[in-house]
Design a protein. Structure first.
Length: 92
C-alpha cells in the first residue's frame, strides 16, 4: 500500500519519521498545508456568496488604499468593496 502525504486518516504510516525538536501539530508538509488552507478558504468564500476579483494597481495606489483602510480600521478588501459600491450607487 502506498502512502500519500495528504492522507490524514492513516497518520500511523508516518510515525517512524523521527525529527528533532518540537513535534509537528500537522502531519502535512507546509506546502501542502497552504494548498489545503487555500482550498478551504475558497470553499468558505463560495458558501458566503463571495466572488474573487483580481486586478493590478500601481504601488502608490496600493499604499494609499492600505493607509486608508488602516485609518478606517477595516481590511483593504472591505475598503475597495465600499468604494466600488459607492461608485455604482452614484451611477444608478
Amino acid at each position: 500500500m502506498a502512502k500519500s502525504e495528504t492522507d490524514r486518516t492513516t497518520i500511523d504510516l508516518f510515525e517512524d519519521e523521527k525529527r528533532p525538536g518540537r513535534p509537528k501539530t500537522n502531519p502535512l508538509p507546509r506546502e501542502i498545508q497552504l494548498k489545503v488552507n487555500k482550498r478551504n478558504q475558497i470553499r468558505r468564500d463560495r458558501a458566503r456568496g463571495l466572488k474573487r476579483v483580481e486586478f493590478k494597481v500601481s504601488s502608490e495606489l496600493y499604499q494609499a488604499l492600505s493607509d486608508m483602510a488602516e485609518a478606517q480600521n477595516i481590511s483593504r478588501s472591505a475598503l475597495i468593496e465600499t468604494i466600488l459600491q459607492e461608485k455604482l450607487a452614484v451611477n444608478r
